[in-house]
Design a protein around this ligand. Structure first.
Ligand SMILES: Nc1ncnc2c1ncn2[C@@H]1O[C@H](COP(=O)(O)OP(=O)(O)OP(=O)(O)O)[C@@H](O)[C@H]1O
Ligand SMILES: [Mg+2]
Length: 363
């Protein structure tokens, strides 16, 4: 084995892995993860307005995934600045919002092309907010945060990196005899081991995971909160990535990813159901108590925008500015929203939805 922690691992083996990745334990875990994912997919389809979901779970994913990199922001800040007010946010919130944008743009890009090296470049550019490309200079190394020692040095040289990425791309789309979830685990390791960028590889790889699930038809929209598991099991994440390199420990790594998918699919399903129940309950309450202003769209708009502005009602075609303002004030009087001043504008907060989304504990 030619691996040395402190010198570029140019001998990183090409895919497929030479070990058998479809062990009995892996196949068993794969079935459980597939079942949990398909339940998530169905629960997503039961919310007719997909914007409700696209605006919530990906923000949680962005928050947790950025936190793995020690970019810490709160759910409240993220939702508050999720729309056009983003440029007023603090740097950490902005960076997490860029992750969300990268995920949404990547999702859109799947209509044109499958997950590829160019998807990775586009995602990383958006996350980092700079015009970067595949690494051309040496010097990138992964450290142990606590001790400062180098644990892994990725391969060097742009041509070599592109070669390894081309192999990665072929494997994820062409190894069709391997279940897509197993391929996803292999893909994530290999991408991180190639480490094509100077920074942002972890977050880019985690965005690609979600895009891949959509690409392979296992999800309709990227609403799996996968980084929730990773942030909760961060030590194992690093250890198992490294053990693939040092010991060829594929099975442990794949089992880790399959369990991550299963657990976070269950969590996401439960949250989506709770969001749906809350939305139906809120719509019912408005219809009953405030029939003059009721429309399903009005109930939905305060779920699409947990920090709602008058302009959100106007652009959703619900009412003109003056009426929209009356609607939001009426909902506030009823206790469904809370009003907050933000500069010259008013924000109307949906507190029950926010507390549902802020809670990291199991459903
Ligand atoms: N031993 C290892 N081998 C390969 N990849 C690793 C190893 N240890 C960690 N990684 C990956 O490298 C990522 C960190 O790389 P980088 O700093 O470029 O990404 P980031 O997105 O800026 O940070 P982060 O992933 O911490 O959010 C980790 O998240 C993980 O995915
Ligand atoms: Mg980093």
């Amino acid at each position: 084995m030619s691996f040395r922690a402190d010198s570029p691992y140019n001998d990183l083996p090409l895919l497929p892995p030479c070990e058998d990745v479809e062990t009995k334990a892996v196949l068993k875990a794969c079935i459980a993860a597939r079942a949990a994912l398909s339940e998530l997919r169905v629960s997503g389809q039961l919310i007719p307005n997909q914007a409700v979901l696209i605006n919530s779970i990906p923000l949680l994913e962005a928050q947790a995934s950025s936190e793995i990199e020690n970019i810490v922001t709160t759910t409240d800040r993220l939702f508050r600045f999720a729309n056009e007010a983003g440029d007023q946010a603090d740097p950490a919130t902005k960076e997490a919002l860029r992750y969300r944008t990268a995920l949404n743009d990547g999702f859109e890009s799947l209509k044109q092309r499958p997950v590829s090296t160019s998807t990775a470049v586009a995602v990383c550019r958006t996350i980092k907010g700079v015009e970067l490309d595949i690494r051309a200079t040496p010097g990138t190394a992964l450290m142990n945060e606590a001790t400062g020692t180098v644990v892994y040095t990725p391969p060097d040289g742009q041509a070599l990196l592109r070669e390894k990425l081309a192999n990665w791309e072929r494997y994820i789309h062409e190894a069709e005899d391997i279940d897509p979830l197993i391929r996803l685990a292999v893909m994530h390791y290999q991408f991180e081991a190639i480490h094509p960028f100077i920074d942002g590889n972890g977050r880019t790889g985690r965005v690609l995971n979600l895009l891949y699930l959509v690409d392979k038809g296992l999800l309709d929209i990227p609403v799996l909160y996968l980084s929730r598991y990773i942030i909760g099991n961060k030590r194992a994440y690093y250890d198992r990535l490294l053990a693939v390199t040092t010991d060829g420990a594929w099975q442990d790594w794949i089992l880790y990813m399959l369990e991550a998918i299963r657990e976070t699919a269950d969590w996401s399903t439960a949250r989506i159901r709770a969001i749906r129940d809350l939305l139906d309950q809120t719509a019912g309450q408005i219809r009953r108590d405030l029939p003059k202003i009721y429309s399903r769209e009005l109930a939905e708009v305060i779920f699409v925008n947990p920090y709602c502005r008058i302009g959100d009602l106007v652009s959703a075609g619900i009412a003109k500015r003056q009426a929209a303002s009356v609607y939001l004030k009426t909902l506030t009087e009823r206790g469904l929203l809370q009003e907050m001043k933000a500069g010259r504008e008013n924000l109307y907060i949906n507190p029950t939805l926010l507390s549902l989304l802020s809670d990291r504990s199991p459903a």
